[in-house]
Design a binder for this molecule. Structure first.
Ligand code: ADP
Ligand code: MG
Ligand code: ZN
Length: 511
């Protein structure tokens, strides 16, 4: 492999010329050579449909083995598949969510192989004419390869195929459960744009977040709805040519992917440093042992004898249909965070809470309409509403408070009608009763005292009862005013207008 590599970086050549340590060794075994990992992921995701891809059997998890099966998904001779329109819609919608092109012609192909997980001895997939291609996903990631905390990974394609059965191995026999056979499966192939375990992990999180938010898949890893083949190679840092690709098959957890890469990348680098030539192969991750081990040398496409599926028509979506699917694209988390930063001027932390909590974000957006202080509304929604929701295990959609009532409450505080302390009590009552803040304030006589005459009396009382702080303030200790202000608030049961009370106190003490 050394011959195939491009010119080594300068430091290597220099060491090869002068360094005693490297005398007699080819340059690529130099211990100082730096390597980088190149990773591309093939992610399989089960689509959220009621029925399977070609038959009416339920797409359900957890049923007794071989109860959701019929002659079609069992691959009996002579049966004909009927494509699931919903699965095709979800595939194209995924294409839009991942910024893909949607070709006007797509088709299905047979990938032939012999293994007990497929009763048909082939898997229907999309080989050379997939339903979506050439997209990208952007996600938050801090690390090498990111710019301003964002990374972008190109999506080669997202194509539709069918899942296969599940083999189980027992003490004395093996079994196949065909409940999963024929479940619509999306394969999302990334370009080799990932550079390490953390970036691969962040990508998987972001991708499944998009698919979950987009209503494409429940992405339940526990139920095996997301499975991933990890392709990884290493090369000298900065080289353009890719190294030999090692594929780690069938990973079913994201932390597993990260751990497998944390093992596999140094393994490959060490091997190359020893002067070994890596060959394309398929490996298996042993989660208990924490190692990858060889499975088989990698098969090529021609081994599968792909050919067009004769029982299914090609797909030729119309403009009209494509437009209707495109209209179903929802706002994705990252886009929402950016919009909340831009439109409402919220700090990062607030925007991230709304990024991750769609119902809460929806509530906020209704509450903030026409409000002059988005930040104040966000504070109420995040600090008060969210806390009470989790305390009472209530969903945002079931809450009694209406969004515009939060806006009203903020208006009452801003306008000086109630103090922010009283506003807390008003909010509690709003949460419990659903009544408007104005009604609650009136009912309880909680209007803020901004009446100068009434406040003067309270200030006189406070000064008389607290000669110490009064004397301190007169002696120049400005901070002593707070103690007196606190007394006024207490005497007024929290209703005094604090700013006004402070002014009056100061005027009286300086007199
Ligand atoms: P195959 O046809 O064998 O599945 P592809 O070329 O279609 O191979 O690539 C499959 C996946 O492997 C893609 O995600 C791609 O980005 C990734 N990949 C391809 N070559 C390499 C490489 N040398 N190192 C790491 N990943 C690679
Ligand atoms: Mg592959
Ligand atoms: Zn069936």
């Amino acid at each position: 492999m050394g011959d195939a590599w491009p010119i080594p970086p300068f430091s290597c050549r220099r060491r090869a010329n002068f360094g005693l340590a490297s005398v007699g060794l080819p340059w690529h075994t130099n211990g100082r050579m730096e390597y980088e990992a190149v990773i591309g992921l093939e992610t399989h995701v089960q689509l959220k449909t009621h029925s399977k891809m070609w038959c009416g059997c339920a797409n359900a998890f957890g049923s007794d083995p071989n109860t959701n099966v019929c002659p079609i998904c069992l691959g009996m001779p002579g049966v004909l598949p009927v494509p699931n329109a919903e699965a095709i819609r979800l595939t194209v919608l995924t294409g839009y969510l991942l910024n893909c092109e949607i070709p006007r012609f797509a088709k299905f192909d047979r990938k032939n192989y012999f293994y007990p997980d497929s009763a048909k001895n082939y898997q229907v997939t999309q080989y050379d004419k997939p339903s979506t291609a050439n997209g990208w996903i952007e996600f938050e990631f801090d690390g090498p390869g990111s710019v301003d905390g964002l990374a972008r990974v190109r999506i080669t394609r997202a194509h539709l195929e069918e899942d296969v059965g599940k083999n189980s191995h027992f003490d004395r026999f093996s079994g196949v459960d065909f409940n999963r056979a024929g479940v619509p499966l999306l394969e999302i192939v990334s370009e080799p744009d990932l550079n390490g375990p953390d970036m691969a992990y962040a990508y998987l999180r972001a991708l499944t977040d998009v698919l979950y938010r987009g209503g494409i898949s429940d992405c339940d890893l526990e139920k095996g709805m997301v499975r991933c083949d990890v392709n990884v190679s290493v090369r000298p840092k900065g080289a353009t040519k890719l190294g030999a690709k090692i594929e780690i098959k069938n990973m079913n957890s994201f932390s597993g992917v990260r751990r497998a890469l944390e093992y596999e990348i140094p393994r490959q680098i060490e091997a190359v440093k020893r002067g070994e030539t890596l060959r394309q192969e398929t490996r298996r991750w042993d989660d208990l042992a924490g190692i990858t081990e060889p499975m088989r040398s990698k098969e090529d496409a021609h081994d599968y004898r792909y050919f067009p599926e004769p029982d299914l028509m090609p797909l030729a979506p119309t403009d009209e249909w494509l437009a209707s699917v495109r209209a179903q694209v929802v706002e994705l988390p990252l886009a929402r965070k950016r919009r909340f930063l831009r439109e409402y001027g919220l700090p990062d932390g607030d925007a991230e809470i709304f990024r991750d909590n769609l119902p809460l974000a929806g509530f906020f957006e209704k509450a903030v309409q026409g409000a002059s202080q988005p930040k104040a509304i966000a504070n109420w929604v995040i600090n008060n509403l969210q806390a009470r929701l989790s305390d009472s295990a209530t969903a945002v959609d079931d809450v009694r408070i209406r969004p515009e009532q939060v806006r009203e409450l903020v208006g009452l505080v801003e306008g000086g009608s109630i103090s922010s302390k009283i506003a807390q009590d008003v909010f509690a009552e709003m949460f419990n009763t659903g009544d408007s803040p104005k009604a609650i304030v009136e009912r309880n006589g909680w209007s803020q005292v901004s009446d100068v005459g009434a406040l003067e009396a309270l200030c006189d009382q406070a000064i008389a009862a607290n000669p110490g702080p009064a004397a301190d303030f007169r002696a120049g200790k400005v901070a002593a005013l707070n103690a007196l202000k606190g007394q006024v608030m207490k005497l007024s049961k929290g209703k005094a207008n604090p700013a006004l009370a402070g002014e009056i106190l100061e005027r009286k003490l300086r007199a």
